[in-house]
Design a protein around this ligand. Structure first.
Ligand code: PHE
Ligand code: ZN
Ligand code: ZN
Ligand code: CA
Length: 472
């Protein structure tokens, strides 16, 4: 029997490993080698699930539910706290599988995800069995590693991405504002084993530039050249990005054609698609480049291990943290000043989340109403943005005349600047998110202000919720 250096404690090697990891962050952050054999075994399972369910794993079909059950069972067995979140789509019920490692500071969540659904025409093994298997195997390896994370490590397997990113949108829209603020990073992996692979790193969210650069540095350390790609929110990170959460991800290519310069640095076939079977029935277990898969899963592991240990507690406000207090109005009028009655839990208009919101105007009389909050934007910021969700209903239905407005303003000293004006012409009875650039106010204490104005007849209601001012 091995001797323990810690009296009265673990003679079991695993326990000693966990103690070492706790005391030594260098050990904790060491990059893992995620098993490509195990990852391939998950892909074999997804292929056989498709085979026994009509050849696909499409939303609303048995092959999708079986895929979700497979992933959930593996995560449950590894000790994750899992949730099967169902939602409805035009193609039937879909599911997100959410798994959280129940250790670490719950106020700081590092999230990694991939979509688990295929298109209807095939089994979707590269798109996106590859990302799903890689994220799953990374989660299992993390659980088995004995790491003691500083932060919460959470994984998401999204349904109905192929129907318009529905699962990830559903997830973020149903996450209470306070929970959203805790998500420090979202990493996305959609298609990582394309048969004629490229090594693309998402470059579509400045808030995620740190993680983006870490991905590039990781691949560079493995002598793999990368290219940035502006994926324009074409995958599930988009929902997180629109909340101001830092996002990053990788991609081995879809329908695009590999250039000869790319073939020179990455090998493979110039003039051919990165994935000639993209969204086709031939996206099977034979439609994979295992070298790409192996490199990509190690990059996922590197990022999860690194960000699980990242210190989000000290220093300037971390990227993505909301600088506004009571941003979803759930504490009533706390932290806000303005006309009485604007912040309300009236059930006549829905909140975006929770029950309170700011309801400006809607009385059909000539009047103005305002609401504001003072906020200090750090001078160390390189970018700052103000986002809000707004719902506008109106009785002004004729013509294209602006009658009633709400202005979003920044008041800097005695100067009020209008960043945006929404009116009866912007009617939308579902909430729409608006994001406005406020970088020019860094280093200043300013007031974020909403000013509603109505004319003498026909009401327009401007309902605002879940306001965020984030600096990065
Ligand atoms: N989201 C696309 C799909 O599933 C794939 C994709 C990922 C395309 C990333 C571009 C960038 O079909
Ligand atoms: Zn797809
Ligand atoms: Zn995809
Ligand atoms: Ca609210």
């Amino acid at each position: 029997m091995r001797k323990s250096l810690v009296p009265g404690l673990g003679v079991v090697a695993l326990v000693a490993g966990a103690l070492l990891a706790t005391g030594n962050s260098a050990v904790a952050a060491e990059s893992p080698d995620i098993s490509v054999t195990n990852t391939k075994a998950h892909l074999d399972q997804l292929q056989s699930i498709a085979n026994s369910n009509g050849g696909n794993r499409y939303t609303g079909r048995a092959g999708y539910k079986a895929s979700a059950d497979y992933v959930k069972a593996k995560l449950d067995a590894a000790g994750y706290t899992t949730t099967l979140q169902s939602f409805s789509t035009s193609a039937g019920t879909s599911y997100n599988v959410i798994a959280e490692w129940p250790h670490g500071d719950a106020n700081h969540v590092v999230m990694t995800g991939s979509h688990l659904d295929s298109v209807s025409s095939g089994p979707g093994i590269n798109d996106n069995g590859s990302g799903s298997a890689g994220v799953l195997e990374t989660a299992l390896a993390y659980a088995a590693s004995g790491q003691t994370p500083k932060n919460r490590v959470r994984f998401g397997f999204w349904g109905a991405e192929e129907l318009g990113l529905l699962g990830s949108k559903y997830y973020v829209n149903n996450l209470p504002a306070a929970e959203r603020d805790k998500v420090e990073l979202y990493l996305n992996f959609d298609m990582i084993a394309s048969p004629n692979p490229g090594y693309f790193v998402y470059d579509d969210n400045p808030a995620g530039d740190g993680a983006r650069d870490d991905l590039v540095a990781y691949f560079t350390s493995k002598s793999v050249q990368t290219e940035f790609i502006d994926v324009q929110g074409r995958s599930d990170h988009a929902a997180f990005r629109s909340l101001g959460i830092p996002t990053a991800g990788t991609f081995s290519g879809a329908e695009g054609t590999k250039t000869s310069a790319q073939a020179t640095k990455w090998g493979g076939t110039a003039g051919s698609a990165f994935d000639p079977c993209y969204h086709r029935s031939c996206d099977t277990i034979n439609n994979l480049d295992l070298t790409s898969l192996d490199r990509q899963i190690d990059a996922i592991g590197h990022m999860v291990w690194t960000y699980a240990q990242k210190d989000y507690t000290g220093g300037p406000p971390p990227t993505g943290d909301n600088l506004l207090q009571n941003p979803g109005f759930e504490s009533g009028t706390a932290n806000w000043t303005g006309n009485t009655g604007v912040i309300t839990n009236s059930t006549s208009r829905p909140a975006h989340t929770g029950s309170y919101k700011a309801w400006l105007q809607g009385n059909g009389r000539s009047s103005t109403e305002n609401l504001g909050q003072s906020v200090a934007i750090p001078g160390t910021a390189t970018a700052a943005s103000l986002s809000l969700w707004i719902r506008i209903d109106t009785a002004e239905t004729t013509g294209s005349t602006v009658y009633d407005t709400v202005k979003v303003q920044i008041v800097d000293g005695s100067t009020a600047t209008t960043l945006a004006t929404y009116s009866n012409l912007n009617k939308s009875t579902s909430y729409v998110q608006k994001t406005l650039n406020v970088t020019q106010y860094k280093g200043k204490t300013v007031t974020v202000k909403f000013v509603g104005q109505e004319d003498s007849s026909l009401q327009t209601s401007f309902v605002i919720d879940d306001v965020a001012l984030t600096a990065s």
